[in-house]
Design a binder for this molecule. Structure first.
Ligand code: ZN
Ligand code: ZN
Length: 261
């Protein structure tokens, strides 16, 4: 059976410092879920937990007290509205969530690829695709060494433009099959979800093959996938379902490939 697009586990609201759409509020997100017949949605604003020390400086809007200010989330008989967070990892591989929060969150999206944040996630600005590829592998490998409740964790946007802006495809090309197989085998074994939200309009067949390769390898390793639009504005919510369906078609995903939360 084809993978059913019945959820979105990565959505920001006005709480996130990078959300500039005042209409991106929980009630609007619930409507988006209902319009698309989703069974579950998860709110995942950016978190750097104030209980976790970091050499880097994080935005005050990423504090747990800020994220929790949206509670309680709206309730609905058809849609389960989950409370989550998108968690950063600093350049010392410290993760921005303290263990006492694990029970509070229904889901934790962890980003290893916010590699544009020089001084936070990387010490200094990345200079070359080679350097970016090395850091991409290292950050994911370091994350997987941690003891986390993997059954309710996902790894965000592994091929997003934050990796190396317009040269991200070059970086993805440099990731060796062997390393990807080792990392995704570990992901599959831990049961962590792999996020799907890459764009599905490509400039060429070559670009398509490059950008989808990591996901084909993840699938081959037995990883489970979830949909997460990473919407920061209502126009992105409107475009999400069609993109999800395109991704499902491109990767030929079945219900058995789904990460269940
Ligand atoms: Zn992100
Ligand atoms: Zn996000």
């Amino acid at each position: 059976m084809r993978f059913v697009a019945d959820h979105d586990f990565h959505i920001h609201s006005t709480i996130s410092p990078c959300c500039h759409d005042e209409n991106q509020i929980p009630e609007r997100i619930l409507n988006y879920a209902k319009e698309n017949n989703f069974k579950k949605v998860c709110l995942t604003n950016h978190l750097w937990d104030e209980n976790v020390k970091s050499e880097a400086e994080w935005h005050d809007g990423q504090r747990f007290s800020c994220l929790s200010s949206v509670l309680p989330l709206p309730k609905d008989s058809d849609v389960k509205f989950l409370f989550g967070a998108e968690i950063d990892m600093d350049y010392n591989f410290v993760l921005g969530v303290s263990p006492e929060r694990y029970n509070i969150f229904d889901f934790m999206v962890i980003s290893t690829t916010h590699m544009h944040l020089a001084g936070n996630t990387v010490r200094t600005k990345i200079q070359t695709p080679e350097e970016a590829a090395e850091i991409w592998v290292l950050r994911l490998a370091e994350l997987l060494k941690k003891d986390l409740p993997w059954h309710k964790a996902g790894i965000a946007h592994l091929t997003c433009g934050h990796i190396f802006r317009e040269r991200t495809a070059e970086v993805i090309t440099l990731l060796q099959d062997e390393k990807l197989y080792a990392l995704f085998s570990d992901c599959a074994q831990k049961g962590v979800g792999i996020e799907l939200n890459m764009k599905t309009i490509f400039s060429s067949e070559e670009e398509k093959d490059i950008m989808l390769r990591p996901y084909y390898i993840a699938k081959d390793c037995g990883c489970r996938f979830y949909l997460g639009s990473d919407s920061h504005k209502t126009s992105a919510l409107s475009a999400a379902k069609e993109n999800f369906e395109n991704i499902i078609t491109l990767l030929d995903l079945k219900e058995s490939d789904k990460f269940i939360l």
